[in-house]
Design a protein around this ligand. Structure first.
Ligand code: ADP
Ligand code: MG
Length: 684
């Protein structure tokens, strides 16, 4: 039996180890992710050796990872059939912090390739720097602007059995392995290298001061023909990692997409492939749908798929879905949105909201990049330049995708809008992209039926000659918009009005200001005279004979009486020429639209009814009847009730209902009297 040689960790290694095991990772379950990533890298290297025809032992071994537990001994074992390590490799790679055997492996491969002109895309290294990542001869589609993946572009990069390359190897930094000391107070690594002497070695350490390495005699190799077994002697407070269900959920959460089978106590755990890394042309719709279901548990297939492979300004792959179901608004409020972030198939964070702005919060999916380190923390992700660049590229790509969809498939775009428009319209805040956002907005309008919506371009295509504004009205529903008295004149002139049914709509339009030199303007602010210049074209209500001289003065007296009745509830009463079908309406004195005013009042925490101008239509039959009553008896008590009721009515149409009790009371009183009169009149 060979004697064990003891080595001291270098002083800096000891310090870093201490930091690592105590604070680098907030979540200690990720130790398993690190061990599995290392196993996967080792398997990748073994595959590489086999594919390049180098002599390696155990050619018949399946490339896989097996996890077993010994509950009695409290030991977790992770075994792989990868390249394994020689004695020296163990000393170098496991004994030195920040030393990555994987990174070195890649460097060597790059150097080989750079010297071999047969290699696809390999550069001859004019600048002599064969280690620069740009010179790896990777065969990605080098789309400088990061355009959507085109079929065939990733053939070589993705095809099965391809030589190991940067996109497959996970490890780079040489720290992940030590995370095992968060859960173990002793670790044994037994390894049989794929090449060289057929001698297995075992590396042992408690993760504090030193480690030892010794050779195992033939029968001590414990049946390892090639590869590595990591035995973690779990700490007392880490015995949860002996439970199969616990291990399974960690594997599913972090390592589900490793390219080799992970077999836990005899059962394969990772069965879904990392679809985002497959070439687009080879993926069927069913595969996309299946992956989406796996990711979201949504029972409906996605409405649309956006699959991107980008090399510049940062390298990343994204597989994003537009769900066919409305999304939970509260998730956005809590900041819980965004695709899952992977680094080389290893999950870094679920729902990373730094990856997309909140107006794309409805997107589900996966982003995988090689340009981030595996051990990046949540905090560092937040101001990370790589993440920011990814996000900017995703925004541009999603906008292009939506533009294409809107142009090519109107129905599907409308379906998208119906489900996600309420999020997407917040894109008006994105000053960098707002020029592209405006044409993608949709609104209900007086020219659409039912739930149909219109784009601003379609609105303009229907605009009247000489029309300079894009008109809108805010209302809680289509019905409410339709009965808004301010709309009467627009109907008569055949001018289309956008119906803004959500509070954000008006903010969006106010903030955009105009579209293609047409200013957005609320119908409440319409200048009646300017509108009159448009010829009547739409429907128009029959107009009563205008009031004659005497009646005009009588009407002025009625207005006086109404002013006295309504008192300081209103700012002013005036005769209007904008109304035809309605007897009266409210207008804001300062040109602020009523929905803006409501929002301002909410912010100022004022809940009273604002003082407004009451505009009257002297030609309306109701006003004519009131005039007759007032002329006959200026003190008729019924007049007071009716004027108050009329005011109630205008308030309701304006969206205010502050005192439902007196309103109900008044309307009951009027009903009472009118029913009695009717019965008397008809002699019933
Ligand atoms: P990284 O994976 O970033 O390189 P680690 O600390 O996780 O850093 O691992 C350090 C090195 O140890 C790896 O680069 C690799 O050379 C070696 N190593 C770790 N685990 C294994 C394994 N299961 N098989 C072969 N080599 C391994
Ligand atoms: Mg690693």
């Amino acid at each position: 039996m060979a004697r064990a040689k003891t080595h001291q960790f270098r002083a800096e290694t000891r310090k870093v180890l201490n930091i690592l095991t105590h604070s680098l990772y907030t979540n200690r379950e990720i130790f398993l992710r690190e061990l599995l990533s290392n196993a996967s890298d080792a398997l990748e290297k073994a595959r590489f050796l086999q594919n390049t025809g180098e002599s390696a032992r155990g050619a018949d071994l399946p490339l896989e990872i097996r996890i077993t537990v010994d509950k009695d001994a409290g030991v977790l074992m992770v075994a792989d059939t990868g390249v394994g390590m020689s004695e020296q490799e163990m000393i170098d790679n496991l004994g030195t912090i920040a030393r990555s055997g994987s990174e070195q492996f890649l460097r060597e491969r790059r150097a080989e390739r750079a010297g071999n002109p047969e290699q696809p895309g390999a550069q001859t290294g004019e600048k002599g720097d064969t280690q620069a990542p740009e010179q790896t001869g990777d065969t990605h589609d080098g789309t400088a602007d990061g355009s959507e993946k085109t079929a065939g572009s990733d053939e070589i990069r993705e095809s099965e059995g391809a030589p190991a390359d940067a996109s497959q190897i996970i490890g780079h930094f040489g720290v992940g392995f030590y995370s095992v000391f968060m859960v173990a107070d002793k670790v044994e690594v037994t390894s049989m290298p794929a090449r060289g002497d057929a001698t297995a070695h075992v590396w042992t350490s408690d993760g504090t001061g030193s480690f030892s390495v010794k050779a195992l005699d033939g029968d001590e190799a414990q049946g390892i023909r090639r590869g590595t077994v990591v035995r973690a002697y779990l700490k007392d407070d880490a015995k949860e990692f002996l439970e199969k269900y616990r291990l399974e959920s960690i594997i599913r959460a972090h390592s589900n997409f490793l390219p080799f089978p992970i077999i836990l106590e005899g059962d394969r755990v990772n069965t879904t492939p990392a679809l985002w890394r497959e070439p687009k042309f080879s993926i069927t719709k069913e595969q996309y749908n299946e992956f989406y279901t796996f990711l979201t548990y949504d029972s409906r297939a996605p409405l649309d798929v956006i699959h991107l492979s980008v090399d510049a300004p940062v390298q990343f792959t994204a597989l994003l879905f537009i769900p066919d179901t409305a999304q939970d608004y509260f998730q956005e409020q809590k900041g819980e949105w965004g695709p899952d972030l992977y680094v080389r198939r290893v999950l870094i964070e679920r729902s990373n909201s730094e990856l997309v702005p909140n107006y794309l919060a409805f997107l589900k999916g996966v982003v995988d990049t090689e340009d981030l380190p595996l051990n990046i923390s949540r905090e560092t992700l937040q101001e990370n330049a790589v993440v920011r660049k990814i996000s900017q590229t995703i925004v541009k790509q999603v906008l292009s995708h939506l533009e294409r969809l809107a142009a090519s498939d109107k129905d599907r775009y409308e379906a998208f809008w119906k489900l996600h428009g309420r999020w997407f319209k917040f894109a008006f805040n994105d000053y960098l992209n707002r020029e592209r956002v405006a044409p993608l907005l949709r609104f209900a309008s007086s020219a659409t039926e039912g739930e149909a919506v219109t784009s601003l371009d379609d609105y303009l295509s229907r605009a009247k000659a000489g029309q300079k504004e894009i008109w809108y009205v805010t209302a809680p529903t289509r019905e409410a918009a339709r009965v808004n008295p301010h709309l009467e004149r627009f109907r008569r002139k055949g001018l289309e009005v956008l119906y803004l049914l959500e509070a954000v709509d008006e903010f969006a339009l106010e903030s955009l200001g105009q579209y293609k030199e047409h200013a957005f303007k609320s119908v409440e602010q319409a200048d009646a005279k300017a509108l009159d210049e448009f010829p009547d074209s739409g429907e128009s209500e029959p107009r009563a004979e205008p009031l004659s001289g005497d009646d005009k003065t009588a009407f002025d007296r009625l207005v006086e009486a109404m002013r006295a009745i309504l008192g300081d509830q209103i700012k002013e009463i005036r005769v209007s020429d904008r109304l035809s079908g309605s007897p009266a309406c409210l207008v804001s004195p300062d040109g602020v639209s009523s929905s803006m005013e409501k929002l301002m009042r909410v912010m100022q925490k004022s809940d009273g009814i604002p003082k407004k101008i009451l505009e009257l239509n002297p030609d309306h039959p109701l006003m004519r009847a009131l005039l007759r009553i007032h002329k006959a008896n200026a003190d008729d008590p019924l007049l007071r009730d009716m004027v108050n009721s009329l005011y109630d009515n205008t308030l309701l149409l304006d969206g205010y209902l502050n005192d439902p009790y007196s309103l109900a009371d008044r309307s009951l009183k009027l009903l009472n009297e009118s029913a009695a009169w009717y019965a008397d009149l008809r002699k019933l």
